[in-house]
Design a protein around this ligand. Structure first.
Ligand code: HEM
Length: 398
């Protein structure tokens, strides 16, 4: 069977698709869950079982010698080349080991007071107003302030983190423009210069923060090069808020759209953890990730050639009826919920414990402090781009 996204009426870049990709995913999964699309030169996988299997298949990976990667002579290409997320073992194992330590469940739980304080301070500022943009006034600043605190980024630099990150992650969309590349290169140049300065300061005067911990690892010798140190700090600062911002906003929107579930959560706060997992499954802030085919291979009768690329549609897997009964139902009591939103396998999100805690604290604070919290308007608009799924704004009343 040979098909194409176009023949199935699926245009990944259309406004209709971006507004609600889920019916299109169903169409794709039912018609052809494994589809090679010549226009994108990508294999698209939309069934849970296949995505989960391929994420654990070492014949695929984030890196491949000789693959068409961003030019390492450009600032973005430099970042890409030194990012732990783009590496495979043994480099991946070495870098990941250093970062893992900072994000164990116990280390992350110790951050709870900081996250709670930050959430309540943000709500203190709006509580008298009776309205806010839940995205700009709450969901955005909360994860940015937390990750900045964790790394030890000074106050004056913090307002620049989100714009830098937005410009860099635009390069992870399916077809970034030359203008996107230009903006990303400028952002990387400024961001890296800033972090080199901070790392130099921490070398002279270590603090109790993650930049200092990584600097110490670099100084201990061959464990981390200077380029890797800077690239890792940038990755943590970006990944440490980009998806969490949208996960909080997409999750709250799902709650507003399902008044029975919203009322249930208000009545039953013990459902907070499963509600957050359902928010993550139901509307993932990251819709797909790609992998290189590292050797010629056969998968369910399909021949995948070395050097090819696959697109694993995590958000489509999350709505696969073969894995999640009644998958389009937003059910905060769902207990069997092994969603793909944090990935699987060796690149499984290192920040997942932190993201979960931030979401739990955020939702709890919103519900406790704003008892009459509701949407200000029905219509919502999504940011352009498809891989990162996020709202432009989320106006609410309370
Ligand atoms: C709701 C919020 C978040 C979501 C949905 C999310 C999702 C993901 C996903 C899907 C991956 C794997 C990518 C792949 O399969 O190729 C990943 C990797 C990663 N995430 Fe997250 N993430 C979130 C929050 C965070 C936070 C708070 C941090 C901060 C510390 C973080 C740091 C990372 C890093 C460093 C990686 C690369 C791991 C590796 O390649 O080994 N993420 N994230």
């Amino acid at each position: 069977m040979t098909n194409s996204l176009r023949a199935l009426g699926i245009d990944l870049l259309s406004a209709q698709f971006i507004a609600d990709p889920y019916p299109f995913y169903d169409r794709l999964r039912s018609a052809q869950p494994i589809l090679y699309d010549a226009e994108w030169n990508l294999w698209f996988f939309s069934a849970y079982e296949d995505i989960a299997a391929l994420l654990r298949d070492r014949r695929l990976g984030r890196d491949l010698d000789g693959a068409a990667k961003p030019d390492p002579r450009t600032p973005f290409g430099w970042l890409h080349a030194h990012s732990l997320m783009e590496k495979e073992p043994p480099d991946h194992t070495r870098l990941r080991g250093l970062v893992n330590k900072a994000f164990t469940p116990a280390r992350v739980e110790a951050l709870r007071p900081l996250i709670e304080r930050t959430a309540h301070r943000l709500l203190d500022e709006v509580v008298q107003r009776g309205e806010m943009d839940l995205l700009a006034d709450f969901a955005e600043p909360l994860p940015v302030l937390v990750i900045a605190d964790l790394l030890g980024v000074p106050q004056e630099v913090r307002p620049r983190l989100r714009p830098w990150s937005n410009r860099i992650v635009a390069m992870y969309e399916l077809s970034p423009s030359p203008e996107d590349a230009h903006c990303a290169n400028r952002a990387v140049t400024e961001f890296a210069a800033c972090l080199r300065g901070l790392a130099a300061e921490r070398k002279l005067q270590p603090q109790d923060d993650l930049i200092s911990a990584l600097v110490a690892a670099e100084e201990q010798g061959s464990r981390l090069s200077e380029d890797e140190l800077i690239a890792t700090c940038i990755l943590l600062l970006n990944a440490g808020h980009e998806a969490t911002v949208n996960a909080i906003a997409n999750g709250m929107l799902a709650l507003f759209h399902h008044p029975d579930q919203y009322a249930l959560l208000r009545r039953s706060p013990h459902l907070l953890k499963s509600a957050v997992e359902e928010m993550l499954r139901y509307d993932s802030p990251l819709q797909l990730f790609r992998r290189w085919v590292r050797e010629d291979m056969e998968y369910k009768g399909n021949g995948l050639r070395k050097g090819g690329q696959v697109a694993l549609l995590y958000a489509a897997g999350n709505r696969d009826p073969a894995r999640f009964p009644d998958p389009h139902r937003f059910d905060i009591t769902r207990s069997d919920n092994p969603h793909l939103t944090f990935g699987m396998g060796i690149h499984y999100c290192v920040g997942a414990p932190l993201a979960r805690l931030e979401m739990q604290v955020a939702v709890q604070a919103l519900l406790e402090r704003l008892p009459n919290l509701r949407l200000a308007q029905e219509a919502v608009e999504y940011r352009p781009g498809y891989v990162i799924r996020g709202l432009k704004a989320l106006p609410v009343l309370f």
